[in-house]
Design a protein around this ligand. Structure first.
Ligand SMILES: *[C@@H]1O[C@H](CO)[C@@H](O)[C@H](O)[C@H]1NC(C)=O
Ligand SMILES: *[C@@H]1O[C@H](CO)[C@@H](O)[C@H](O)[C@H]1NC(C)=O
Ligand SMILES: *[C@@H]1O[C@H](CO)[C@@H](O)[C@H](O)[C@H]1NC(C)=O
Ligand SMILES: *[C@@H]1O[C@H](CO)[C@@H](O)[C@H](O)[C@H]1NC(C)=O
Ligand SMILES: *[C@@H]1O[C@H](CO)[C@@H](O)[C@H](O)[C@H]1NC(C)=O
Ligand SMILES: *[C@@H]1O[C@H](CO)[C@@H](O)[C@H](O)[C@H]1NC(C)=O
Ligand SMILES: *[C@@H]1O[C@H](CO)[C@@H](O)[C@H](O)[C@H]1NC(C)=O
Length: 920
């Protein structure tokens, strides 16, 4: 042990004087050999590329030697190395290496961490972070007994791919052998054992009681925290983001780790309020408690002594009350974000005058009123502000002090800003400007849009006239959103000169004319929904088409779907619904089709569903309703379909294919010429409509590019199902299996030639809101269970051959006689025909009813949260939005009128109208 300390001490001393050390010839040879072996991009390298023979090798960049000239430290981080470290690499011949840093290189997730690392018996510091190593962490790492600091954190945990994983060695083996560790960074490393994911806090703290840094960001671990964990009194850095700590009391965090400088606990499901002992952590520099369930108001005393605090991130909680005054007195504060909370009261921007280091201020989405004050903008002279986010802050004008600042990102959406956009707002280094959802009418002239601008959002304002924006030639503009204004005239061709433009939204205006073909050259997302464009879709998609979203819904476009669309192999969303397109749907979908959303409804399309759609295995949404398509049922469609609408076409034949759509939620094939026996349709395979189904998550997985953020919209939505087979020629009986589709909200089998009786199993459809079986040949009694369906708002059983007494359910009594008319055999309320005998039910049926009641209570309690009468899809979206808010924290960045929402809302509206129309 003494010997060990000596080595450490001597290396410490000699490291300081390393530059005096003489380069040993064999070490130099080895270094050159290493340089030769490593595969790196020499144009990005700053160290390796400058290693050469003429200099003293111990002075080479990234190299340090000890007194005798042996290399003891290699700092090869950020050298664009992407290969060349096999187990036989020269690297492993530096026997006395103490520090190795390969961070920020790119091993492409394919190269594993080389096993040769186990040969470095003197290694104290190993940094392999963000180097994109893949696969399993080699067991050899666990033999590096002298390690003090180990960092194998991964890169962007969000990209779907294999994580670097700790399996053998597992966490216990690793920390059990490396008892000298003081710093352990394992962000985004997959700790594969379920047991270890729960017991990690005990494993780490029992073996490493003197840890100073622990970083387990995005390892998806969970609490509770072991008692030994609270003894890690030396902790200075603690990052546990995305660890489920819902069982942990917040106060403990602050009393037990007095040396904390970095505390990062975002997305940890923390509850409760910040306790007063927080004020004792005077060394804190960086605090993130974003996206938890924290509540309460923040007392001013909490921050009084935190003179080192530079970053405070409390985004996405439920803090309320005033913003504490003590925050304005923190001398080091540079980033403050309190977005997405319930802070209230008035916030005076003048308060910030004392915060001369502030670069980021986020106050959006609270209940604050921001008072911009009347201080002369010169007072803000020393302001460093780079990002200012004052969305929904009750502002009536653009804060004037911005005039003198060098702001790069400005978000002022959802305020009451009227009139012209001041010409000084544009500055010279603006990158991001969001003025959406205000009352802006024009641009103050003259104005200069800086070339630096990448995002410009002016959607939901009151801009009128032709769209004219003087965008400089060298502009970096990528996202441009003018949706929901009053713009008219043609889509201007100057947009074609904006070479970096990726996403353009002009939806909800009064633009007319045509789409300039040149616009299609580079664009990735084009949204001109709801305008007055009346020419055809240009057949000018380039052969290297980059388009992912094409939204032309609700115009008056004519002509064909262009053949050149076939070049757009990255398309995820095609929405050409509600136009006058008349042609066949071209058979253009490629083998690697990525389409997820296809809406062609309300046009005059003819011909067949193209066979190549079969390749679109990600297709989730298809609506070709209200066209003239003349085809058989499209059995070949993707099994990932959630929504299929064929309504009102010329589809015909039987629906006999073995439907394997386990996530299908909405199936509308009404108003066609389908025929055949209803029994031959395999309803049992529609597992997505069964409440007990394991398929709980309804994924509308369209990646939206909105406000510069790529969002994978994965919506975990409650069960919702709808089947509409009405106005066809189906015969036979209603399959009992429909009664198992317990998440059905709408069922319409009307206007067919169905006979037999209504299955008793319909009493299980406890979520049913509308049921239409009218105009068929149904016989027998109405199942008593139907009388008990609490959410049923629409019932139509008219014009059948039903007999017996109308059941006495609370709900069924609310329907009028029209619901039952045209069934001469029916009697009882609300019909005027009274029943002659009252003993309609047999004893067996009584039992059935009792049994059903019991089951029903479960369903009712499960459905309690359901709000009747709210448009279901809108409701889903609201729910989903809350989900997104929580998990992406980007609520304001998701455009209010995002196209899916619009489309679904519109579709919902139509569905309601249509149903109403049919009911009359
Ligand atoms: C990185 O890996 C991907 C597949 O994982 C492969 O297609 C690509 O060619 C690799 N790149 C390099 C530079 O090795
Ligand atoms: C861990 O240490 C134990 C005891 O010192 C040793 O037997 C074992 O081989 C070590 N494990 C690894 C992976 O080096
Ligand atoms: C983590 O490892 C487990 C077990 O090998 C695997 O099932 C899981 O998919 C991995 N998770 C990630 C995110 O790579
Ligand atoms: C932790 O530190 C204490 C006091 O400095 C020391 O006595 C103890 O041996 C250390 N424990 C480990 C496992 O290094
Ligand atoms: C922490 O702060 C409280 C007041 O908030 C004080 O009473 C207590 O003594 C402090 N504890 C430590 C360990 O400094
Ligand atoms: C606050 O924390 C959230 C969650 O970790 C993060 O996404 C966001 O970028 C942070 N904001 C700032 C300004 O650092
Ligand atoms: C602010 O919120 C607090 C706590 O929720 C409440 O008591 C107070 O009345 C609110 N103040 C204003 C001005 O709305």
């Amino acid at each position: 042990m003494l010997w060990f300390i000596c080595i450490l001490t001597s290396s410490f001393i000699f490291t300081i004087h390393s530059h005096n050390n003489k380069c040993l010839r064999h070490q130099e040879t080895l270094l050159l050999q290493l340089k030769h072996e490593l595969i790196f991009n020499s144009s990005l390298s700053t160290k390796l590329v400058r290693w050469n023979e003429s200099d003293e090798c111990c002075k080479w960049h990234g190299v340090e030697c000890d007194a005798s000239g042996y290399v003891v430290s290699l700092q090869l981080d950020g050298e664009a190395i992407f290969g060349g470290i096999g187990d036989s690499s020269s690297l492993f011949r530096f026997k006395y290496l103490q520090k190795l840093n390969l961070a920020y290189n790119d091993f492409n997730y394919t190269d594993p961490i080389p096993k040769g690392i186990g040969t470095f018996t003197y290694l104290t510091h190993l940094n392999l972070s963000r180097a994109r190593f893949g696969g399993q962490v080699p067991v050899e790492i666990a033999s590096l007994k002298r390690l003090v600091s180990l960092d194998i954190s991964n890169y962007d945990c969000w990209t779907p791919r294999e994580f670097l994983s700790l399996e053998y060695p597992n966490l216990e083996m690793l920390v059990g052998n490396l008892t000298g560790l003081r710093e352990l960074y394992l962000d985004c490393v997959n700790i594969t054992s379920f047991h270890e994911r729960n017991k990690w806090s005990h494993i780490v703290s029992s073996h490493l009681p003197n840890l100073t840094a622990l970083s387990l960001h995005s390892c998806y671990l969970s609490g509770p925290l072991a008692s030994s964990f609270w003894q890690l009194h030396s902790l200075s850095i603690l990052r546990l983001d995305y660890t489920n700590l819902s069982t942990v009391q917040v106060p403990d965090f602050f009393t037990n780790f007095p040396s904390l400088t970095v505390l990062s606990l975002s997305n940890c499901s923390l509850k409760g309020s910040i306790p007063s002992t927080f004020a004792n952590l005077t060394k804190l520099i960086h605090v993130s408690l974003a996206f938890n369930f924290l509540t309460g108001s923040l007392s001013s005393t909490l921050f009084e002594g935190l003179s080192n605090l530079a970053h405070l991130n409390l985004t996405g909680n439920s803090f309320s009350g005033n913003i504490p005054r003590s925050l304005y007195a923190l001398p080091s504060l540079s980033e403050l974000t309190l977005r997405l909370n319930q802070f209230n009261g008035t916030f005076k921007l003048d308060n910030l005058l004392s915060l001369t280091n502030l670069t980021y201020l986020g106050l959006s989405q609270n209940s604050l009123s921001v008072d911009v004050g009347n201080v002369d903008s010169r007072s803000y002279g020393r302001f460093q502000m780079k990002t200012l986010r004052l969305g929904s802050c009750n502002l009536s004008s653009v804060p004037n002090f911005i005039k003198r600042s060098r702001i790069e990102r400005l978000e002022l959406s959802d305020n009451r800003i009227t009139g012209e956009i001041p010409s000084w707002i544009w500055g010279t280094q603006l990158v991001y400007l969001d003025l959406s959802s205000n009352l802006i009418t024009d641009f103050q002239k003259p104005y200069h849009i800086p070339a630096s601008l990448e995002h410009l959002f002016l959607d939901s304002n009151q801009l009128t006239g032709e769209l004219q924006v003087p965008i400089p030639l060298e502009s970096k503009l990528r996202y441009l959103d003018f949706a929901d204004n009053n713009l008219s005239g043609p889509i201007p061709t100057f947009l074609c000169n904006v070479t970096h433009l990726e996403f353009l939204s002009l939806s909800g205006n009064k633009l007319s004319g045509s789409i300039p073909p040149c616009l299609l050259e580079n664009i990735r997302g084009l949204d001109v929904n709801q305008n007055m464009i009346n020419s055809s879709i240009p057949d000018h998609f380039p052969s290297d088409c980059r388009l992912e979203f094409l939204l032309l819904n609700n115009n008056t476009m004519e002509g064909k779907i262009p053949k050149s669309l076939e070049y757009c192999r990255r398309l995820k969303v095609i929405d050409i619904g509600n136009n006058n397109i008349s042609s066949n749907i071209p058979d253009i979908f490629s083998m690697d089709c990525r389409l997820q959303y296809l809406a062609l409804n309300n046009n005059s399309l003819e011909g067949k569903i193209p066979k190549s759609l079969k390749s679109c295995v990600s297709l989730e949404f298809m609506d070709v309703g209200n066209n003239k398509i003349n085809d058989m049922f499209p059995c070949m469609l993707s099994s990932s379909l959630s929504v299929l609408v064929l309504h009102s076409n010329r589809f015909h034949g039987e629906v006999t294919c073995n439907m394997t759509w386990p996530v299908l939620r909405i199936l509308d094939i009404s108003s066609n010429h389908f025929s055949g026996y209803l029994e031959s349709i395999n309803f049992s395979s529609l597992r997505g409509m069964m409440q007990w189904s394991y398929v709980k998550s309804y994924k509308v997985g369209v990646t939206l590019i909105m406000k510069g953020i790529k969002l994978e919209l994965e919506m975990i939505c409650p069960d919702f199902g709808s089947i509409d087979f009405s106005c066809n020629n189906f015969i036979g009986e209603i399959p009992k299996a429909i009664g198992d589709l317990t998440s059905l909200h709408h069922l319409n089998l009307s206007h067919n030639a169905i006979n037999g009786s209504i299955p008793w199993s319909f009493g299980n459809l406890t979520k049913l809101e509308s049921l239409d079986l009218s105009r068929n040949q149904l016989i027998g009694p109405i199942p008593t269970g139907l009388g008990e369906l609490t959410f049923l708002e629409v019932l139509n059983l008219s014009y059948n051959k039903l007999v017996g007494m109308i059941p006495n359910g609370r709900q069924i009594q609310t329907f009028s006689a029209e619901s039952f008319e045209g069934n001469p055999g029916l009697c009882g309320f609300p019909l005027s025909t009274s029943c002659s005998h009252t003993d309609e039910l047999s004893p067996r049926e009584h039992e059935d009813v009792e049994e059903k009641r019991e089951i029903e209570w479960e369903y009712v309690s499960a459905a309690l949260g359901y709000v009747v009468g709210v448009g279901i899809i809108v409701w889903l979206l609201l729910f989903c939005r809350r989900f997104r808010e929580k998990y992406f924290g980007k609520i304001q960045e998701v455009v209010e009128d995002m196209f899916i929402a619009i489309d679904m809302r519109r579709r919902r509206a139509r569905m309601v109208t249509r149903n109403r129309a049919r009911r009359q």
